[in-house]
Design a protein around this ligand. Sequence first.
Ligand code: FE2
Ligand code: FE2
Length: 415
Amino acid sequence: MNQSPSPKSPKPDIVGELDQLRVEIRREKASLNEALAPLEQLRYRARTAEALLKSSETLASIVLSSDAAIFSKNLEGVISSWNPAAEKLFGYTAKEVIGQSVTLLLPPNRLKEEEFIVARILQGEQISRIETERICKDGRHIPIRATFSPILDVDGKAIGFSTIAQDIAQEKMAAQALLDANKELIVENKEKEQRASELIVANEEKAKRVDELLITKDKLQASLMETIDLTRQLVELRDPFTAGHQKHVGDLAKAIAAQMGFDEVYQKGVMIAGYLHDTGKIIVPIEILCKPGKLSLEEFNLVKNHVQAGYDLLKDVTYPWPIAKAVLGHHERLDGSGYPNGLKGDQISIESRILTVADVIDAMASHRPYRAGLGIEKALAEIERGRETLYDGAVVDACLKLFRENGYKLPTSLT
Ligand SMILES: [Fe+2]
Ligand SMILES: [Fe+2]
């Protein structure tokens, strides 16, 4: 290693020696590094092994503390690991099941399912969250939700599979309870629907009955009107000079009542009272009714009797309105000058006051055996003259308005 100084150079070659020394040092260092390399590799492996061990310990800790049952099997179905939650779920200790076939847990009807799972695992697939069932140590069949994952070797080949299982009995019970509750609701709803259908049928029957009653009511009303009309015509047969008089009075009385604001039911009652107001004339001899000249006092008294006679004939007939009473007052006057009872003011019913005005209008306007018709204007002038003394003011006003403003007309031949 040491070089002898050249005889031609008395001074040692310091620079060359230093270079030579550097080369020697590098060689020694390389040699040393070469010798240390296996040691570094060992250190690296030790660190890796330590990290793996730590990771495995962490994983084991997670598996041990998990509340899900976790266990593993090889491809032949032999159980190789079993965590405490699996012990709790299935009732077997790790010591009892490790090394045993997983068929220990399988109901016979699930063997095909297990075969299907193993086939998928061999292809490296994971089967997630399927719902199945297993048998516990005490023989109970429990529903579980399970995920099956392949365990791979360093070459990525499946050598077994792990199972993570959860008891879903409570969940199933809750779902069943919900289902049962729904069924009860469905039953209740069906009962309600049934009751609703029955009510609809009952209501339809009631509606039908009401329709029948309405038809009957319409028929009865039609029959009533026919009877009233027949009575009116029988009276007028004996007194051809006043033919149509009661109808005109009834129609005008109805129009006055409507003008005064009375409702339709009231209007109809007043109209019928008008149609029947001279019914009592049936007791007056025809020769008096048809006498062309002036009546004697005795004859006039006989005519006046038609009011009480009409009342007597009608009072026992049942009408929805006070027809007989209205008829009884149709010749009364506010000042007490009328007949048959000489009633005054409020003693005379409003129905009678309406009939009175309608009767005066038609009687004056139409022909009589003893005189020609006086015309509507004279008739209107008469009730206007007697307003509040003989005739009700409101009734007179309504009647005047009908003829003078609303164009109401009596049948043409009489006006
Ligand atoms: Fe009369
Ligand atoms: Fe009359």
